[in-house]
Design a protein around this ligand. Structure first.
Ligand SMILES: NC(=O)c1ccc[n+]([C@@H]2O[C@H](COP(=O)([O-])OP(=O)(O)OC[C@H]3O[C@@H](n4cnc5c(N)ncnc54)[C@H](O)[C@@H]3O)[C@@H](O)[C@H]2O)c1
Length: 405
């Protein structure tokens, strides 16, 4: 078996190399910084010389996120390794096509996008650049599977599949807060207790770092030449300008410590959606499947929900339904643009980001027609292109078909 090489022994590279070695694959780990090699876990053979990767059949680079650094690294690797050696990049945001440009045999360059931490997250996106050859893509898939990953195929483009499809989770939440329909605490609580997400969007932004998230948001907007769905939020720009970068700076949307207040503890049950609907009361915003919290906009709705022993969250307008509708819409755009298959989109969001279910499965649960109605309503109310419905969603509704695989 030819060894796998990993170039870059930081957060991602060290984890990927440990994973490959743990799967019984001979693995060589290179980093120009001896301290990074010292910190890397046991398992792979550590090398301070890139030339040591010459016998590899696949090299995965996890060097810093800089196009010129990665291009220079690939150029050196192309000269050192055999011309059939697959060169894979773990980049999150650079174009695989751009990284391959100018290299001899660009057909051997592919993306292998692991999620952090690589030993724990089950997903791997294999990304095809414009020049990527079928043999290189198949080799990347096989290596990922040998490392125990669920492999999905993604096209090259902003955020590939998973990070692109997750854009609305923060962007729509930010719009809702900007419009003062709910506070960040409320949006987070609604996403966790009604939506089943492990973390709300604002907690997640604080964890990732608002400066990092803002740079990603700008990059999406620039790479798409101003797609309105991907317009960065002025609220985040203001927090970044104030130095409120999230956990790492001690303050972002929340303060650290003491952190956010604990959730209200409702009785264990979930809302009885049928009973709430049967009551025929306005101001109840339910998103299937019902959770331990229901959004309400009137006193009467609040009384009815509270009487069920479920937490009623008083908001100025739909929160979860709007975020989920935009997640579904983005997934439908991705589907229509050939970014990934329906099965890969749903698997990607669950395994890569711990979403409670895939967006297309969620669309079928809510009903594609109801999702389309909500989007058309938002488009009408706001007059904004960001709410235009994806053609794939409109077609599914006209043809009365489901969306999930
Ligand atoms: N951190 C994440 O959550 C995450 C998730 C998915 C993908 N990625 C991507 O993985 C890549 C690495 O990210 P990271 O978080 O591990 O960064 P990191 O800063 O932790 O590690 C980068 C490592 O690369 C080394 N390095 C510097 N120059 C090099 C060169 N010329 N050749 C080889 N190695 C070199 C550094 O010494 C360092 O050890 C980036 O492209 C990033 O976008 C990161």
């Amino acid at each position: 078996m030819r060894p796998i090489g990993v170039a870059g022994a930081g957060t991602m590279g060290a984890g990927i190399a440990a994973l490959a070695a743990g799967a019984g694959i001979p693995t060589l780990l290179y980093d120009p910084d001896p301290a990074a090699l010292d910190r890397a876990p046991e398992g792979p053979e550590r090398t301070g010389e890139l030339e040591a990767l010459a016998p590899c059949g696949l090299v995965i680079e996890a060097a810093p996120e800089d196009l010129e650094v990665k291009r220079a690294l690939f150029a050196r690797l192309a000269a050192i390794a055999g011309e059939d050696c697959v060169l894979a990049t773990n980049t999150s945001s650079l174009s695989v096509t751009a990284l391959a440009a100018g290299l001899p045999h660009p057909e051997r360059v592919v993306g292998m996008h692991f999620f952090n931490p690589p030993q724990k997250m089950r997903l791997l996106e294999v990304v095809a650049g414009d020049a990527s050859g079928e043999a290189a893509l198949a080799a990347a898939r096989a290596a990922g599977e040998a490392m125990g990953k669920h492999v999905i195929d993604a096209a090259d483009g902003p955020g590939f599949l998973v990070n692109r499809c997750n854009r609305p989770f923060s962007l729509e939440a930010l719009r809702i807060v900007q419009e003062r329909l709910a506070t960040p605490e409320q949006v987070d609580r609604i996403c966790r207790m009604a939506g089943g997400f492990r973390m709300g969007p604002f907690e997640l932004m604080d964890l990732v770092g608002l400066d990092v998230g803002f740079a990603v948001a700008r990059s999406f907007h620039e790479q798409s030449f101003g797609e309105p769905r991907w317009r960065p939020s002025p609220l985040v720009a203001r927090l970044v300008a104030a130095g409120r970068l999230g956990r790492k700076s001690g303050r972002g949307w929340y303060e650290y410590p003491p952190g956010r207040p604990a959730d209200p503890e409702p009785p264990a049950g979930v809302a009885d959606a049928d009973a709430l609907r049967a009551a025929g009361v306005d101001g109840i915003h339910l998103v299937p499947p019902a959770g331990r919290l229901v959004e309400v906009t009137t006193d009467e709705a609040e009384r009815l929900v509270t009487a069920q022993g479920v937490h009623a969250e008083r908001v100025g307008g739909p929160v979860l339904g709007r975020i989920v509708a935009q997640l579904i819409n983005e997934a439908c755009f991705a589907l229509g643009e050939g970014v990934g298959s329906a099965a890969d989109i749903d698997a990607g969001m669950v395994l890569g980001l711990n979403h409670p279910r895939g967006p297309l499965e969620w669309a079928d649960l809510i009903g594609p027609a109801a999702v389309l109605d909500q989007l058309d309503g938002l488009r009408r109310d706001y007059g904004e292109e960001r709410y235009r419905a994806a053609p794939a969603l409109r077609r599914a509704v006209s043809a009365r078909t489901t969306l999930a695989a």
